[in-house]
Design a protein. Sequence first.
Length: 81
Amino acid sequence: MRHIKPLGALLRRFGALRAAPGNALHALRSGAQVLVYPGGDMDAYRHARRRDEVVLGERTGFVRVAQAASVPIVPIVAHGA
């Protein structure tokens, strides 16, 4: 969103937020639903042999944000994208 500013501005018009704990907490506290891909690039670029694994690395801040907002974490799977 910050590297291609026109694209970032367009995405924000549709409700996208920059990935930051404060933004997520604010959205959750205002009643919004938040979709998080915590594995990001590490999860997206893993080898196909590891397709049945969830790769988060040390990216677990979403758990603290969900706890602070008192909201559940509902896991979903995006397969074959």
